[in-house]
Design a protein around this ligand. Structure first.
Ligand SMILES: Cc1cc2nc3c(=O)[nH]c(=O)nc-3n(C[C@H](O)[C@H](O)[C@H](O)COP(=O)(O)OP(=O)(O)OC[C@H]3O[C@@H](n4cnc5c(N)ncnc54)[C@H](O)[C@@H]3O)c2cc1C
Length: 1002
């Protein structure tokens, strides 16, 4: 569907709808009369403690986590932590105000208890009170913990749509359980109000992500095949029982997938002539108009009247974050709320005009949106409005008084409170966000005028420009550095481009390049793909000893001139190389996949990292190291500090990031003013060869950068002992780094720096406040993405006693869903390991652990040929059972009982690369950088995928020397410092000193 990430301004310029002069007056009436009513407890609460304050945030944190913490000790810690971090000084003034605004007995009681600071209560009392309070907030938004309770509570409303909410399913068992819950709900609803017509009967709302454990575009074929019959069964049941079913809209990248499934179900001939199938359309998406056209056509083709629930959209911040993280070419959503509001009204008008094929359901709590739609519609028949349970109740009372024929359905989430916390937080955010209408209507300080203006008139005044504080993903790092461009695999057109490049891939012939000459007198080796052992990716000639000598000689004599070039000349080469890579993006993706066995997603991430390195170091060099610095000192003297290249750098990179790490090392050394001899990893010389070609084409002189693919045993004496050696940048194993250190120590001549990035025994610790579903997802990504072949990959997850069984069961269930195999299939989660030797080593380790009697859970190996190692989970009893770093998809899990103890043991391992914590305890997050001795700490997220300039990467201890790659101190290590002191009195006197103005003031 077009307009996925269309230009915001151009899109809005082409949009319009009819306006009626009565709208403002009606909206004013609705707002003023709603404000006269006593607001609900939760709206008052969120107004009294806005989310922009510490207290409001504390409220949100408590709602998100408290109910699911299983043990009292952590619950108390969490409460104390949350309350301590918050200033409650003004509570005494705020509580009476809250009491005044709401008549609820419970609030009055709570506020009496909380008159003092919450921290003065005993642990038990505080926990009890806050848990009751949190359940109270949850009950405001969640109709019932079971469908029967929900039906009872909803008897006061005319129409209800029930949503059997839950998290997105992680395992097959969870998807089945949600499916059964939906079925039970349909059976329970069958018994209600049997005599009324479909539009007056209850309905259900279904989240497709709850019905399948891999609901993502990456698994499109499987999801469509397995989810379609499930949805079809639910729709058939609703059809039989006279209930309607609406498919909720979720993240934008699942839209196409959901449409494919909905279309298949809609085409079931049994539903011909039925009006009960529906879908939600998010007006914050630029594809909303197109989606309505799609639904109209689908209704015509299938002879049904489809129900369209028009919403604005609930995942706005997630969409912005995703597009920025992936460096996409735009946002799928608008960046100003007024633009969403405007699109909402344009979509509403379109829907009203298509009422013969589509049944409009306007889901909004915004008085202006409601009034505008009422005036667009010639009558209020054949349409309905909808609101969420816990929101807009008073507003719709006024709306109903004003427009008595308007019908409003309530969307009512059903499920256990503990499972609905993400939904709850979305509602708290929606009510508490400053931009939200629900927040503003309870705020008497917001003038009514601000809430009733037509969004298009407001947007036109700003020329429909996107919000200046939400730059396009490419501009995320400001004007100094462009963010690397990323491709979106959920976008068919972008994915097809890459598939075409894979098909058109031609083997690469690589050679050592010395002084620009391609040399072919060494041994020639064939490079084969790790997942297709018979397929030739290319060939490479090894460099001979004399090539290395020649490269050194040439680099040594070229370096002085290169170092004297102004910084902007060197930086320009990096900038050009980055742009050139972006231009040939698709070819790079194909090469990274073929030679290194990367999945499409991993290949894109790697190319982006290489581009980011070029731009980041170019920008750092220009902004920090271009000009000499004059240092302060006594009169009569000039002290000038300058930085210079060290000489010839040898850069040695690994095969796991054959493009990004290779390029990062080389360009840092170059821009700092060094000449470079670049040695790629044995299994991946082709990518490195292309990188060197690109740098030469971008202007790096051929005698400054030399490419020397060779066997590791050839390089030691030749490279490390050469008198012109200025330094070594090395990424690889700890043992090889130690060997390099030894060789450098033994060399004659200057002492040169070694920048080493080595491996890690990376751990993640969960405490009992962790969100298990999110933790499982993060563990999967950290341990098994890239087949575990990242230095940062997770090797050990430590789980508290009370979560251990639940967590490991869900982890195993989620592992079962991983697809291992050919990385060229977009659905592959885990590709091959790099070569047969790696596979043999990892397999032998797993066998050894089994033989030790440890519980080992491993997925079946794929039948296809290739060096595949299935994801494996090994349960250990003690950290001493860990052997060296296992560079593959092998994860260990350890049960623990004492948090501090487990951190100490992790420190005791001696590595220090990455670490993850899954916790909601702020104090634990804040003290991590002192408590755990690693280079990169991640909280409540996965521990891989460090971004250049954002998460500079590199470790300590056995994990490396620093400075961090992609960080502010990296370049300086490639440079040497000089200070020139000039006695200017010797040339006459200090003219500046003698010229100071006698009249100067302080
Ligand atoms: C019955 C019902 C069913 C729903 N089902 C779904 C569903 O299936 N999928 C779904 O995603 N949502 C769903 N929602 C949630 C819905 O998206 C939000 O409740 C709705 O967006 C709030 O809109 P409003 O008109 O009530 O409030 P308003 O305050 O007028 O609008 C708030 C909305 O504006 C948008 N917005 C906020 N800031 C910006 C910005 N800077 N730039 C662009 N847009 C911005 C967001 O969409 C935000 O939610 C449903 C809501 C209802 C009532």
């Amino acid at each position: 569907m077009k307009n996925y990430r269309a230009d915001e301004t151009r899109y809005l310029e082409g949009l319009t709808y009819h306006k009626n002069q009565k709208v403002e007056a009606d909206a004013r009436h609705i707002i003023e009369n709603t404000r006269k009513k006593t607001p609900s407890f939760v709206s008052s609460l969120l107004h009294t403690f806005p989310l922009s304050t510490q207290q409001g945030k504390a409220l949100m944190y408590l709602s998100e986590a408290l109910l699911r913490i299983p043990d009292n000790e952590t619950a108390n810690l969490f409460l104390k932590d949350t309350f301590q971090a918050t200033d409650w000084e003004d509570l005494k003034h705020k509580l009476p105000d809250l009491k005044r605004k709401t008549s609820l007995f419970a609030v009055k009681t709570f506020s009496q208890v909380l008159q003092r600071s919450p921290l003065s209560l005993t642990d038990t009392a505080l926990q009890k009170i806050v848990k009751i309070g949190t359940k109270f907030v949850a009950r405001n938004f969640i109709l019932g913990e079971t469908i029967d309770k929900a039906i009872q509570r909803s008897s006061r409303w005319k129409n209800t749509s029930y949503d059997m909410l839950g998290e997105a399913a992680l395992t097959e068992g969870e998807a089945e359980a949600y499916f059964q819950r939906y079925k039970q709900a349909i059976f329970a609803l069958e018994k209600t109000q049997s005599s009324l017509n479909l539009q007056e009967r209850p309905g259900i709302s279904v989240k497709l992500s709850a019905l399948h454990p891999r609901y993502t575009y990456l698994h499109r074929d499987r999801v469509v095949q397995e989810l379609t019959p499930r949805l079809d069964e639910l729709v058939s049941l609703c059809h039989q029982k006279g209930l309607s079913l609406t498919v909720d809209a979720e993240e934008a990248d699942t839209l196409d997938l959901s449409l494919e499934i909905i279309e298949k179900v809609a085409r079931n001939p049994a539903f011909k002539g039925w009006d009960g199938l529906g879908l939600a359309v998010q007006a914050y998406q630029k594809r909303a108009q197109g989606l309505i056209d799609w639904a109209h056509n689908m209704a015509l083709v299938t002879h049904q009247r489809l129900q369209i629930r028009l919403v604005k959209g609930a995942y706005w911040d997630t969409e912005i974050k995703r597009a920025q993280e992936l460096g996409l070419d735009g946002y799928p959503v608008f960046t100003r709320k007024m633009h969403t509001d405007m699109n909402y009204l344009a979509c509403a008008e379109k829907l009203l005009g298509l009422r013969t094929t589509l049944y409009p359901m306007f889901a909004t709590h915004n008085a202006h949106s409601i009034a505008a739609i009422v005036h667009m519609a010639d009558d209020l028949k054949d349409l309905e409005f909808q609101r969420l349970h816990g929101m807009g109740e008073l507003l719709y009372e006024v709306v109903k008084e004003k427009y008595p024929t308007l019908s409003c359905r309530v969307y009512a989430p059903v499920g256990p409170h503990k499972e609905l916390l993400p939904y709850l937080v979305r509602r708290i955010l929606e009510n508490g966000a400053n931009s939200s209408f629900m927040n503003k209507i309870v705020d008497d300080n917001t003038p009514v005028e601000d809430l009733i203006k037509d969004p298009q008139s407001r947007a036109r005044k700003l020329n429909y420009r996107p919000h200046p504080k939400i730059p396009l993903p490419k501009d995320l790092y400001g004007s100094g550095r462009k963010n690397a461009y990323g491709l979106d695999l959920s976008d068919d057109s972008q994915r097809l481009r890459l598939e075409k490049a894979l098909k058109n891939f031609h083997p690469v012939e690589a050679f050592p390049i010395v002084q620009g000459k391609r040399l072919s007198d060494g041994e020639k080796i064939t490079i084969r793909s790790p997942f297709q052992p018979m397929s030739r990716v290319g060939t490479c000639f090894w460099a001979q000893k004399e090539h290395i000598h020649a490269a050194f000689e040439s680099a040594t004599s070229a370096q002085t001139a290169w170092a004297k070039d102004p910084m902007h000349v060197r930086a320009a080469c990096l900038q050009k190389a980055a742009d050139d890579i972006e231009e040939k993006y698709d070819e790079w993706v194909a090469l990274c996949m073929k030679e290194a066995g990367k999945t499409m997603g991993d290949a894109i991430a790697e190319i982006r990292e290489a581009i980011d390195f070029c731009r980041y170091y170019a920008h750092e060099a220009l902004s920090k190291f271009s000009d000499p610095r004059r240092l302060p000192g006594p009169a009569g003297e000039d002290n000038i500090y300058t930085l210079h290249g060290r000489g010839v750098f040898v850069c040695i990179s690994p095969w796991n990031f054959p493009m990004a790490i290779f390029m990062g090392q080389v360009v840092a050394a170059l821009v700092a003013g060094n000449a470079v001899l670049a040695k790629p990893a044995g299994p991946t010389p082709l990518i490195a060869y292309r990188v060197v070609e690109t740098l030469h084409q971008a202007g790096v002189p051929q005698d400054v950068l030399h490419f020397i693919p060779c066997q590791p045993q050839d390089i030691g004496p030749l490279l490390f002992h050469h008198p012109s050696l200025g330094g070594v940048a090395f990424t690889g194993s700890t043992s090889t780094a130690k060997e390099v250190t030894r060789q450098l120590a033994e060399r004659e001549g200057a002492i040169v720096p070694l920048i080493a990035e080595t491996g890690g025994q990376n751990a993640m610790v969960l405490d009992t406040s962790a969100h298990i579903e999110l933790a499982v997802k993060d563990v999967l990504a950290s341990a098994f993405q890239s087949a575990g072949q990242r230095c940062s990959a997770l090797r050990l997850v430590c789980v508290p006693d009370s979560l251990y069984e639940v967590f490991t069961e869900r982890l195993r269930g989620a592992m079962d869903q991983l697809q291992v195999g050919d990385p060229c299939q977009i659905s592959t989660d885990v590709g091959p390991v790099i070569h047969a030797a790696a596979k043999a080593g990892l397999s032998a380790y797993v066998e050894k652990m089994k033989n030790k009697g440890l519980a080992v859970y491993t997925l079946p190996a794929p039948s296809e040929e290739g060096t595949f190692v299935p994801p494996t989970l090994i349960e250990i009893d003690h950290m001493k059972q860990l052997e060296g770093e296992m560079f593959g998809p092998i994860l260990h899990v350890l049960r623990y009982s004492n948090y501090q103890d487990v951190l100490d043991q992790i420190n005791g391992l001696g590595f220090g690369l990455t670490f993850g914590l899954q916790s909601r305890i702020q104090k634990r997050m804040n003290s991590l950088s002192n408590d755990i001795h690693v280079g990169n700490i991640y909280v409540n997220r996965n521990i891989v995928g460090a971004v250049v300039g954002v998460q500079p990467f590199g470790g300590q201890g056995l994990s490396g020397t620093g400075p961090k790659a992609g960080g502010p101190y990296y370049l300086t290590r490639f440079m040497t410092e000089r200070v020139t002191s000039i006695n200017i009195l010797a040339q006459g006197g200090d003219v500046a000193l003698l010229s100071i103005n006698d009249e100067d003031r302080d």
